[in-house]
Design a protein around this ligand. Structure first.
Ligand code: GLA
Length: 709
């Protein structure tokens, strides 16, 4: 296809149309929204036509999927490159469709004079409506081509979008959300932490001021990438707006030799006409059915017992065996031995890199512990942090040159550790050999793969290498998974600093946050649920007095929060009262009984007053639902609000039971025993709702609805 011709490509999924217009400038989004007949695509072009404003250029430059200088675009560019100062202005006018189906297209654009070509790879997933796109750039010239920036995609927004929701956070308080008006100018988040980050999750929702959890339009965007990123939403002076995401490259990080290509990470996007919750449900379905492996999809998520907050670095086989017995008694199905098992690792100042069992602590290796754990019927999991090294380790003493660094600047330590340079083959080989031999020697079915620092100096032999480091990590994970396909891997990074679809394509679960404070967790879990389903979200019952916030919370509340993720425990079980042990045991059996529903149903975040947090999980067929309502702080009024059981079928009738806390008393939950045994119509449940009883702060109620025949 050549200049001055026009082509329309209409992709469609179950309920979405994504229509691309290709004109002489290149491809741009013509329409993205509720499904319209593909045959009407040319009508969209006519409707879309904009009159030129006074005092503007003779041509309005379209918002291309990758806007360039050459196209004359004056907003945020999607591509920035040059060949010794030239070719920055290339005109990619030679356009070919390499592949096309109803859900997929590959568009290639070239400028033969400049020796540059670009390729957009776009898929609209039929079943989940999630759009996946990336962009690659190839150097067809003879000399090196410097790539400063190449977006995954720039997606134009409809004119009614006037707000964005972004994500911020910090260690132990990830996934906080903020709403901001999309004013003329740019909402920009740039992450240079070298990992996905605690404070700038690469996700964004664009919506209107009136969009709520259940109503109104919402477009969601997420960059599946575990390194540096740049995400922007721009509203231009002419009224048009767009979202753009891609990898943030460091100066000189990508210089393509002749014939080589750079491929951006993938941008995942979806839209909904009915609020944030249904937008999230599309992303959840996508992760569950397309990103996770078949094995993880099929296997009920086992209850974890993790040793970290129980023993920290104080390992000894007998104590751990006792904890394993207690864990199995309350219902744990997987025992994860956290940090502290390897050479010299008595605290966080030494040992990282030396992935050999510490024979001072485990004279017979891990066999006695693992055999014991397996004997209780649990699986065994092991913590590792392969990308890191303590200067106080044999690995560093033998290979001080194996780390990422800046050429002359002094090292910056974080948690007493430095980062290994995974772009070097011997480093990768060492790590592969170590982990492979641990997995081969021991019956380990789970790895908690940690990464506990930002990368301040991502330099390899003087060249910036964060991009290459991230790819090398993915390759290492892939290689290990191929060799050990039944071993599940958790992505942990000082809690939630490496949670994204890029890492999730190589792992099976994420450690949401180091904070097990149930109240803080409610908000963190609410934030993460924008893009991630509950079955990948690690959620543990922590100690009575939270080690991070020192807040003391009841077992009832801690359990009520943990059952809504991939449930686990992380506390010293020998310190529990018998009442706490019983409560925990009951919560675990409640989780086991309902995990199929909890991990496959539609997650609905409910809008509440500020003193509360509420959500629901409703089965796809609407026969079962669980509703959770937590009163976080004192309520201004005598009684809390009405709880509307939305998302269920209005035509059906349901039994309504309070399933948590068990044996509730009027002190915590008022007299709602009157509900038991009653049947209510879906209409009444969702439209009239239940007047909740008086509740104390820091208490939660969980209701179960079951449709009757
Ligand atoms: C990180 C993790 C914790 C724990 C410690 C061990 O902080 O997020 O869960 O594994 O490391 O050092």
């Amino acid at each position: 296809m050549h200049a001055h011709s026009e082509k329309i490509i209409a992709l469609e999924s179950n309920s979405t149309s994504f229509i691309i217009n290709i004109n002489d400038s290149g491809p741009s989004v013509l329409y993205w929204g509720e499904k319209i007949a593909a045959s009407t695509a040319t009508q969209v072009v006519t409707m879309h036509q904009r009159n030129m404003g006074p005092g503007t250029a003779s041509k309005e430059v379209p918002i291309l999927l990758c806007p360039t200088h050459g196209s004359g675009f004056m907003g945020q560019h999607g591509l920035s490159l040059h060949r010794s100062g030239h070719n920055w202005d290339m005109h990619l006018s030679d356009i070919h469709i390499l592949e096309q189906t109803a859900q997929h297209v590959i568009i290639k654009l070239s400028d033969s004079n400049a020796g540059v070509s670009l390729q957009h790879n776009i898929t609209l997933d039929k079943e989940t409506d999630v759009l996946i796109c990336n962009t690659s750039v190839t150097n067809n010239g003879a000399d090196g081509l410097t790539i400063d920036w190449c977006n995954a995609g720039t997606l134009a927004l409809p004119s009614f979008i006037d707000q964005v929701t972004g994500f911020h956070g910090r260690w132990a308080n990830e996934f906080q959300t903020h709403k901001t008006d999309l004013n003329i100018g740019v909402y920009l988040r740039e992450n240079l932490r070298g990992r996905t980050s605690h404070d700038s999750f690469p996700g964004l929702v664009a919506h209107t001021k009136n969009t709520t959890e259940q109503n109104g339009p919402a477009y969601g965007f997420h960059l599946g990438w575990s390194g540096n990123h740049r995400i922007a939403a721009e509203k231009m002076f002419d009224g048009r707006s767009f979202v753009q995401m891609g990898e943030k490259l460091i100066a000189g990080e990508v210089i393509l030799p002749s014939g080589a290509s750079y491929c951006s990470p993938k941008l995942y996007a979806a839209f909904s006409t009915s609020g944030f919750s249904s937008l999230s449900q599309k992303f959840h379905r996508f992760v569950r059915t397309k990103l996770l492996t078949e094995e993880v999809r099929k296997k009920p998520r086992p209850v974890h017992y993790n040793t970290w907050e129980a023993v920290y670095f104080n390992h000894d086989t007998l104590t751990l065996q006792t904890l394993a017995d207690k864990a199995a008694e309350v219902g744990a199905e997987r025992f994860v031995l956290d940090d502290g098992w390897f050479s010299a690792r008595r605290d966080d100042t030494a040992g990282l890199g030396d992935w050999f069992v510490d024979h001072d602590v485990y004279p017979e290796g891990l066999h006695p512990l693992i055999d014991h754990v397996l004997g209780t019927g649990m699986e065994f999991g092991l913590w590792v942090e392969p990308e890191m090294v303590n200067p106080n380790s044999d690995l560093y003493r033998n290979h001080p040159d194996w780390i990422l660094k800046a050429t002359d600047a002094p090292h910056i330590r974080s948690r007493n550790q430095l980062v290994l340079d995974l772009t070097k083959e011997p480093v990768r080989e060492y790590l592969y050999e170590r982990i492979d031999s641990l997995l081969s020697e021991y019956k380990i079915s789970y790895l908690k793969w940690d990464m506990n620092r930002d990368i301040h100096h991502p330099g390899s032999d003087g060249v910036a290498a964060n991009s290459a480091q991230t790819h090398a990590l993915y390759a290492l994970l892939k290689r290990l998974r191929e060799k050990h396909p039944t071993v599940e891997i958790e992505s942990c990074s000082s809690g939630g600093a490496r949670i994204d679809y890029g890492i999730l394509a190589h792992t099976d679960r994420v450690w949401t946050s180091d904070s097990n404070d149930a109240l803080d967790r409610l908000n963190i879990q609410r934030g993460i649920s924008f893009f991630f389903p509950s079955n990948v979200m690690g959620s543990h019952v922590g100690p009575r007095d939270c080690h991070i916030t020192r807040r003391i919370l009841s077992m009832d509340l801690r359990a009520a929060t943990a059952i809504f993720g991939h449930m686990g425990m992380e506390l010293n079980l020998t310190e529990l009262t018998s009442e706490e042990t019983e409560t925990l045991k009951t919560a675990i059996s409640l989780y086991k009984k309902n995990r199929d529903l909890l991990h496959s149903g539609n997650h609905i975040r409910l809008d509440t007053k500020d003193h509360a947090s509420a959500f629901a999980v409703v089965s796809e067929c609407q026969n079962e639902a669980v509703f959770s309502y937590t009163q976080i702080k004192t309520c201004d009024e005598t009684a809390p609000e009405t709880l509307f059981f939305i998302g269920i079928n209005h035509e059906k009738s349901y039994t309504l039971d309070l399933i948590w806390p068990l044996g509730f008393t009027s002190k915590t939950a008022g007299d709602i025993s009157r509900l038991n045994g009653h049947i209510f119509s879906g209409d009444v449940l969702s439209k009239v709702g239940l007047q909740l009883p008086h509740m104390h702060p820091e208490t939660a109620l969980v209701f179960m609805l079951k449709a009757i025949d």
